[in-house]
Design a protein around this ligand. Structure first.
Ligand code: LMR
Length: 407
């Protein structure tokens, strides 16, 4: 390369401005660079055990041993993923609610990958529409849909007390603001970032509004089994599908199988009949082929192996229940420690919330102070990853929270 062609190439990239760090994963980057030994990372949604590790589940290790012995190839998967995996996803997400020939399921790289495929599907196959997301919602939702050119609006979700659901506001927005054909993004359980979920009766009412208004349910199901149980957490989806014949469900096995970095998820489009589901499948495959071509094998093979063997399924269910129960205990311990070490601050509302996250009510300034003064990282919205708390660090955490609350 000559000097002049080098300088032209340099000029091209010198116009690029630096992007802001990701509101969630960027905090882990900052956390890793933090030299303090008593630092705590309660930002990104990963489960940690009492020693602060994100463990590989025993059922996963056993499935990997079996895979290692029996795996015959590392060849490409089909564009839509492994048939065994896709069947396992459908059983887990939908149970007996919908006939499988009406569901088009594709294995995807994580739940985020599934959402992005859903976004491409909406832009390429539906008439122009808006996506409506709860306010607040997962920090990446807007970016995923906006990246495909979809306008994203917000419907009311959290009440003024910032700890409970504004059910009337939500229904009013879905009824009066969203237009027929718009997609309504819903968190099936363990709402991220608030931990506030509608009740079963409220889901029935939400399902009716979706159906009456001709709105498309677009469901993010990233925490199945972290709320009340595997089937219990799918009741929202069942309620919606009882009254709506079409829906899109994006699910993830990052949390419930602890397979975060393996990127294992799926998109399932429920259609009115088998012919429509077949056409949808063909279009989804086309979108995937021009994006990441076909999904990674390993994580999906682990899930399919576990869900395909009774002994491993039972082991997984008990490991998942242990994580779920421990998160509940951590909530209780946090609330009671705030009463003692945390100067009596009342966080009792955390006990009514479920899943990995809760909204602490801390404002941006207090969140920044927690990081600067105590090396404690939580998301800017005040979201705490309860599943990342540790019993041995609870007192230190609670006294830091009390200090920032008291200014
Ligand atoms: C989170 O919300 O922290 C997780 O879902 C991880 C992520 O990708 O943001």
């Amino acid at each position: 390369m000559t000097d002049s062609s080098e300088s032209k190439a340099a000029l091209r990239f010198s116009f690029i401005s630096t992007a802001p760090p990701d509101p969630i994963l960027g905090l882990t980057e900052a956390f890793l660079a933090d030299q303090r030994s008593d630092k705590m990372n309660l930002s990104v949604g990963v489960y940690k055990d009492a020693s602060g590790q994100t463990p590989v589940l025993e059922c996963v290790k056993e499935a990997e041993r079996r895979l290692l012995e029996n795996e015959k190839t590392k060849g490409y998967l089909p564009i839509d993923g492994s048939p065994e995996y896709r069947k396992a996803v459908q059983r887990m997400v939908f149970g007996e609610t919908v006939a499988s020939d009406r569901i088009s399921t594709l294995q995807s790289p994580g739940g985020t990958g599934a959402l992005r495929v859903a976004a491409s599907f909406l832009t390429s196959q539906m008439p122009p529409l808006k996506v409506w997301a709860s306010n607040p919602t997962w920090a990446n939702h807007h970016a995923v849909f906006e990246s495909e050119g979809l306008p994203v609006e917000s419907y009311r979700y959290l009440a003024a007390d910032r700890t409970t659901l504004d059910f009337e506001g939500m229904i009013e927005d879905l009824t009066t603001k969203a237009q027929p054909g718009d997609a309504i993004l819903l968190h099936a359980c363990c709402h991220n970032p608030t931990g506030v979920d509608p009740s079963t009766d409220q889901w029935v009412s939400i399902a009716k509004v979706l159906s009456d208004r001709g709105l498309l349910p677009l469901i993010d199901f990233a925490y199945q089994g972290f709320g009340h149980g595997i089937r219990e957490d799918a009741r929202s989806i069942e309620a919606i599908l009882r009254q709506n014949s079409e829906a899109i469900v994006c699910n993830s096995f990052s949390k419930n199988f602890g397979l975060y970095g393996e990127r294992v998820g799926a998109i399932s489009v429920v259609a009115g009949d088998a012919a429509a589901a077949g056409a949808v499948q063909s279009q989804l495959k086309r979108l995937v082929r021009s994006n990441y071509s076909n999904p990674p094998r390993h994580g999906g093979a682990i899930v399919a192996t576990i869900l395909g063997c009774e002994d491993l399924t039972a082991q997984w269910e008990s490991e998942l229940a242990a994580m779920r129960d421990r998160i509940k205990l951590l909530r209780e311990q946090f609330v009671s420690t705030m009463k003692t070490t945390g100067n009596g601050h009342d966080f009792g509302f955390l006990l009514d919330q479920c899943g990995m996250f809760s909204f602490s009510g801390l404002n941006k300034m207090q969140v920044d102070q927690l990081k600067a003064d105590h090396g404690i990282y939580i998301v800017g919205s005040g979201r705490i990853n309860v599943a990342g708390m540790q019993e041995s660090k609870m007192s230190a955490f609670c006294s830091a929270v009390a200090q920032v609350l008291e200014g």
